[in-house]
Design a protein around this ligand. Structure first.
Ligand code: FE2
Ligand code: FE2
Length: 344
């Protein structure tokens, strides 16, 4: 996956620096995973598997000759922002690849149908990560993915939480890619790199992955009903939205390069993902609540101030404020999910 001509680094900063906002790698309880009973929905799972086998994007990720000179026009601050986007996207795709591949390997004997779906999704994610890494390599830098595999810390989540998290990350990934694609389609002067031409078909992979995760969640109704699950789902929805918002507002210059306003883009992604996820989740966040955006923006301002603070004592009030604002966001009453068949 790594171009030999490029300078290969574990990360562009030369070190692995994990924060709450960097893409994470996950592991899970494989015994519980292999014992998931999907028999009642077997026909639906077979249909999804057939789609994965068909592999609509088999010939999609082929680089054209536009890539060779792709970095010539991207210079200075824009180059840094674009490379950072590639790095974060590649790490996130690669994290999906590792998790899906490991699940497929560990459950294939006892749960072959589920395992095969995971294996084919790991094929897609490997393709996505490899494509992004090759795009980075055109600039002379690429990620050492085998180093990342060993050096990154793995976060343990029980299978239920793995499915909450991956369902949401696939769905939000779909909306992030398609909204960028539509923007560049309507205003091609902002298409600064040929990579974006691939996003329309690419995001269909993410949509299929999300549908598969949703099918697993639907097959395990004990994960979707009851007070405790509702509280956890609410937490996952909010965490995913807050993480994206804080990350993107810090890098608003990247979205400006694409002719997008980072805030407007993120709020559209949140609105779409929130509605989309409620096809499976029993609730959705009230993202139109007047306090929702205001509290997010207070966290963005706190993060800006944190950058200039040197010691823990001066950082503490800002961390506390962010914690309190997250709690306030969490306590905004939720809405019930949309009727089945609603178009997002
Ligand atoms: Fe992907
Ligand atoms: Fe995916």
């Amino acid at each position: 996956m790594v171009s030999s001509a490029a300078e290969v680094r574990p990360g562009m900063q030369g070190e692995i620096k994990d924060t709450l906002l960097t893409p994470r790698f996950y592991t899970t309880d494989f015994q519980e995973m292999e014992s998931l009973d999907i028999n009642e929905q077997e026909p639906e799972f077979r249909a999804v598997l057939q789609e994965f086998i068909t592999d609509y994007n088999r010939n999609h990720f082929v680089r054209d000759d536009q890539f060779g000179k792709s970095f010539e026009r991207i210079r200075g601050e824009e180059r840094t922002l674009f490379l950072e986007f590639l790095e974060r996207s590649c790490t996130a795709e690669f994290s999906g690849f590792l998790l899906y591949k490991e699940v497929a390997r560990r459950i294939r004997e006892k749960n072959p149908l589920l395992a095969e779906c995971f294996r084919l999704m790991s094929r897609d994610e490997a393709r996505h990560a490899g494509f992004l890494n090759k795009a980075m390599a055109d600039s002379g830098i690429s990620l050492d993915l085998s180093f990342l595999t060993k050096a990154k810390k793995y976060t343990f989540f029980k299978p239920k939480f793995i499915f909450y998290a991956t369902y949401l990350s696939e769905k939000i990934g779909y909306w992030r890619y398609i909204l960028i694609f539509r923007q560049l389609q309507s205003d091609p002067k902002f298409r600064i790199h040929p990579l974006f031409n691939y996003f329309e078909n690419w995001c269909q992979d993410e949509s299929r992955h999300g549908d598969f995760m949703g099918l697993v969640l639907n097959s395990q109704s004990r994960w979707l009903n009851g007070t405790s699950n509702r509280l956890w789902i609410r937490f996952f929805l909010l965490s995913v939205f807050v993480t994206m918002y804080l990350n993107d507002q810090k890098r608003s210059g990247f979205y400006k390069m694409l002719g997008l306003d980072a805030k407007d883009y993120d709020l559209r992604v949140i609105e779409k993902t929130n509605r989309d996820a409620s096809k499976v989740f029993p609730l959705l966040l009230d993202v139109d609540h007047p306090e929702f955006v205001r509290l997010l923006d207070v966290c963005v301002e706190n993060n800006k101030k944190l950058e200039s603070k040197q010691n823990m004592l001066s950082k503490l009030p800002l961390y506390l404020s962010n914690g309190l604002n997250f709690l306030r966001l969490y306590l905004i009453p939720t809405k019930e999910s949309l009727p089945k068949g609603t178009v997002c």
